[in-house]
Every structure is written in C-alpha cells, then in structure tokens.
Ligand binder design. Structure first.
Ligand code: AMP
Length: 397
C-alpha cells in the first residue's frame, strides 16, 4: 500500500474512484447538491499539483440495464470543472479502445471523467476482467469513495489488485477512517455514543459494538420505546419491536455488567397521531396513555443528555432523538445537536456518523461546529458495526 502523502505523481496517471453519485434536477439535469464533488476535490487537486494527470471513475444512480442517458456522468462535467477550477474532459464509456485512447493522451495537469461504471453490470458483480479493463487507465489507483467502500464492486475493490504497489486511499477516505478510529480507539474519556433512529433491529450490531467501548450510551429515537416496554413501561402506540424486548433486556444487563451508563429517556413528547399538527403533551416516558405515541424526547431528557454530552471528550452521534423531520417533534434532536456543538467548542472531538443525524446536523446548519460529519451513510454504519469494508481491505492488503 502506498500513501497519497508521499507518492510521486509526477508524470503519472492516477485512476481515482470517487463518489460523484450526486442528486440531479429531474428536468434540467443540473447538480442540486455538490457536497460529494467538493469532498473529492482535494485528492484530485493534489495529484494535479504534483505533476500527475487524473482519470475519474464513479457511478451515478442505479441504471438497470446498460447505458441510460438519465444517469450519464456527462451531466456533471461542467459542474465538476467549476468545483475543481480546471477543465474536465469526458468520454462516453469507461472501458474499451475509445476511452483508453483518451486516457492515454492525457497530459500532466489534465482531468478525464469516464462514463458511469454502472452502465456495465460487471461493475456491481465485481467481475475481474472488467476491473482489469478499468485498471488500464492508470499508473496508480486511489480509492476516495467512502460511500461505496462497503461494496465489493469492480471499481471500488477488485481493481485494486492490479496495482499491488501503487494503490492508496484518497484524503476523504483517510479522514473518515481517522475520525472513527479516533472516537473508537482513543484512550481519552469519557466517550459518549448517542444512538437514535427508528428501530433497535437496525442498530443492534452497532449498539453491541459500542457497549465494548463507551462510558455512556444514550439511546433515543423510536428505538427507546422498545427498551422502556422491556422494563415494564406503558408506551401506548409508540414504535415498538416486540421481537426485540428480550434483546433490549440483554443489552441493559450487558451495560450494567460492563459498567456502561446506558441512558434511556425519562420523558417524551407524545402525539395522538403521527402528524406534525397532532395534539401534543409531555409525559413520563413509562406512562404513555393508550392511543398516544412518543415522537420526541422531553425536556428533562434533553437536560440529562446535555449534562452527559458536555462532560464528554469523545462523542459519536448516530440517529435522531425523535421524528425531527416534523418541526413539532424536533426539539430533542436540536438539543442534542446543540450539546454536541458546545462540547466541541470546549475541546471534545465529535463525529456525526451515518444517515439521519447527518441530515439533522445539516438541517440546523451546525455541520461546521462539530469535528467531523461523515459522508458515507451505509459504509459508516458497517464500519461502526466492526465490519472490515471490502474497499478498505483491498487497499490495506
Ligand atoms: P434511522 O434511519 O434508523 O436512523 O431512523 C431515522 C428515522 O427514525 C427518522 O426518519 C425519524 O423520523 C425516525 N424516528 C425517530 N424517532 C422516532 C419515533 N419516536 N417514532 C417513530 N419514528 C422515529
């Protein structure tokens, strides 16, 4: 494995897998959110600055059956050029003579964007001959697509084997890995994880992993009601996974045995319907009347959580405290976000990892006031679950 920091790119062609799977306007095909393009820019510009040329490969959307104009990367060429501040060439294939001709003729400082790798079904199948055909574009391979690092696809994983001494991570993946490792493997204390979201079942492996590491584990969101019911509370119509009551008890026992402070909400905002305009009241979480459901955490819970979070040195947040998409049920999530911001200002390291907590921190415009916001939803979750991601393994091997 090489390192992007010390690799000599002078006169070399770098084949870079990025995640340019950006949202496009349905009519104009203009890029509506360029976060992912901006996130990959430092790696691309680093190669150019050091005398190399760049061949970019990515997927866009989920084309079903071969080439599909709606998912062509031609739509993002101009936007990419604008973000990078250099011209970007495009070729309407990712393998084959025509594409190779283009990449062969690249000069130092030039950038070529290949067509969507998922126009070939061999991409997601991880077909070796297809990966080899892709590999012909570069003297070295850089993986900077964290969002797809959990997939053993041709361009994210298999292609790496054709660059035994010339494969490396880009800055984006490197930062993602560093941030999680900092939270999970640092000796600083206290370490607090806040896990919210809809279901216990989808977070169970993460919770099990975190129990081995954290000092405080705050459980919020819809999954809290399964724990409260498991403790004998009345949860009314709240979201509950009855199949997971035993599992919830097991987790509570394990936390106790390990000396982990498993914090469950003490109060909740209940609603008489799953609707932003439903009737609301705040009640003790174990005393939800029949016909009502808990959609957010209550004010005492916010105070307790803030106290734990603000004393923490390392913080990991995954999943909202309530149905934050509805403005009347977002206060618990806002309060947690603000407590994390405050802790960060006081020197804590905070990682917002995975899916909806990332959406929440962006909704409240607080992304620049936490230490790191992960870009890789599913990949980040699998990384937190302790799974060795194929895209990362392929570079490390
Ligand atoms: P996840 O993708 O598992 O992190 O779950 C995020 C989703 O959980 C969000 O869409 C929230 O609206 C939802 N959620 C959070 N709290 C609750 C709750 N108390 N009842 C129902 N859904 C919830």
């Amino acid at each position: 494995m090489a390192s992007i920091h010390s690799y000599d790119f002078n006169g070399k062609k770098a084949l870079i897998r990025v995640d340019f799977n950006v949202p496009l306007d349905k009519e104009t095909f203009q890029v509506t959110d360029d976060t992912r393009i901006r996130a990959a820019a430092p790696t691309i510009l680093h190669v150019l600055k050091n005398g190399g040329s760049v061949v970019i490969m990515s997927h866009l959307g989920r084309p079903k059956d071969g080439a599909d104009d709606r998912y062509s990367l031609k739509h993002i060429v101009d936007h990419t050029a604008k973000v990078l501040g250099v011209p970007v060439q495009f070729v309407n294939d990712c393998i084959g003579e025509n594409a190779l001709e283009k990449s062969k003729n690249l000069k130092s400082g030039e950038v070529l964007l290949l067509e969507n790798v998922r126009f070939y079904k061999q991409e997601t199948a991880g077909t070796e001959s297809f990966a080899e055909a892709l590999s012909l574009h570069g003297d070295c391979y850089i993986n900077d697509a964290f969002g797809t690092a959990h997939r053993a696809h041709a361009s994210t994983t298999v292609v790496a084997k054709f660059f035994p001494n010339d494969k490396m991570f880009g800055f984006l993946i490197e930062n993602e890995i560093k941030s999680v490792d900092k939270v999970l493997n640092s000796t600083e204390k206290p370490l607090t994880a806040i896990v919210g979201g809809a279901k216990v079942s989808s977070k169970i492996t993460i919770i099990e992993q975190l129990l081995q590491k954290v000092d405080h584990l705050i459980v919020g969101g819809g999954m809290a009601y399964t724990f409260i019911k498991a403790k004998g509370g009345q949860v009314g119509n709240s979201l509950v996974e009855d199949d997971y009551l035993d599992m919830a008890r097991k987790i509570m026992d394990e936390a106790k045995a390990k000396g982990v402070n498993l914090y469950l909400p003490v109060d909740t905002i209940i609603a008489d319907q799953f609707d932003n305009n439903a009737n609301r009241k705040e009640v003790a979480i174990e005393a939800i009347p029949a016909g009502w459901m808990g959609l957010d955490t209550g004010s005492q819970t916010s105070k307790d959580c803030a106290e734990i979070i603000e004393k923490s040195k390392l913080i990991l947040w995954n999943g909202p405290m309530g149905v934050f998409e509805m403005d009347n049920f977002q206060q618990g999530t806002i309060d947690v976000a603000n407590a994390i911001v405050k802790a960060t200002a006081n020197g804590a390291f905070s990682l917002i990892g995975g899916g909806d907590s990332v959406a929440a921190i962006n909704k409240y415009n607080l992304a620049d006031q936490v230490s790191y916001v992960s870009t890789g939803g599913g990949a980040m979750l699998e990384y937190l679950e302790g799974i060795e991601l194929p895209g990362i393994k392929a570079i490390n091997e």
